[in-house]
Design a protein around this ligand. Structure first.
Ligand code: ADP
Ligand code: MG
Length: 260
């Protein structure tokens, strides 16, 4: 390859915003020569690498914008520690068809069983596939919406929570909500309903949701919309946090607890 042609390719790659071709031209050509690639294969390689760079950048951008508390994956979840949990159901969810079918997913169970971990891991998978994500706790979202309402900017703030392809709503039910807050939750759920799914976690089973939203009519209206398309996943096993704590205070083998 003459310098003249190489320089022209690099210039054009810059004009077309193809940074990988610009910086990796020699390496791409060397790979093509080494593997005796045909013309089509080389063009395919060039475009594929470029898309890979772009998608990687988009993924990193999605993760940064998502406000996820961490980026744990399903592979980091030890299913042997929760034998009651349907692993296949969770793995099916990771194929992300729930996003297109606008099906909510509710992880229900006591503290420390991995509800947030699993919700986050589905969100990470969704971000990798190019979907926009927002993570919030219910209390934080209600705080933001209440403040916006007081400032006459509710509609705009609502968009923050209704626009993302997937909303992760963590810790539903830790604190009860007064009537106006429950009403804001109802508005949010109505706007997302059949628009984009919510991945929620709660320490309360659905039958106890009446206690969270002070008004029973509002509670059932919220539940009605959440449950219409919803995959509930109850996790009833032991707390992972307690497992680590027990292991720290007792000598190995003394707990008799499950070791995974
Ligand atoms: P929850 O939201 O149910 O209270 P978390 O998802 O926050 O629980 O889990 C608490 C901690 O334990 C997190 O660091 C999480 O990654 C870890 N954890 C929970 N369950 C598992 C598991 N089965 N395998 C690996 N890590 C787990
Ligand atoms: Mg949690």
């Amino acid at each position: 390859m003459t310098d003249l042609i190489a320089n022209r390719i690099r210039d054009n790659a810059t004009k077309l915003a193809l940074p990988n071709l610009h910086s990796g031209l020699e390496e791409l050509v060397a790979r093509a020569e080494k593997d005796s690639m045909g013309y089509l294969e080389l063009i395919d390689l060039i475009l594929d690498e470029e898309v890979g760079v772009r998608e990687g950048r988009k993924f990193r951008h999605m993760l940064r914008a998502s406000r996820l508390p961490h980026h744990k994956t399903i592979d980091e979840f030890d299913f042997t520690f929760q034998p009651g949990l349907d692993k296949r159901k969770v793995r099916d969810l990771a194929t992300l068809s729930f996003i297109e079918s606008k099906t909510n997913v509710a992880f229900l169970g006591p503290p420390g069983v991995g509800k947030t971990h699993l919700a986050v891991s589905l969100a990470v998978a969704a971000a990798r596939a190019g979907y926009s994500i927002l993570f919030t706790t219910l209390d934080d979202m209600i705080g933001q919406l209440t403040a916006a309402q007081a400032a006459g900017k509710l509609a705009r703030k609502m968009l923050v929570y209704t626009r993302p392809s997937v909303l992760v709503l963590d810790e539903v039910g830790y604190l009860p909500l007064e009537r106006n807050a429950a009403n804001l939750m109802f508005q949010l759920v109505s706007k997302r309903y059949e628009n984009g799914p919510i991945l929620l976690t709660s320490n309360k089973s659905f039958k106890d949701w009446g206690e969270i939203f002070s008004d029973t009519a509002l509670a059932s209206a919220i539940l009605d919309r959440v449950l219409h398309h919803c995959e509930p996943i109850a996790i009833t096993g032991p707390s992972w946090r307690m497992r680590n704590r027990l292991a720290a205070i007792e000598p190995p083998g003394a707990t008799g607890a499950t070791t995974a």
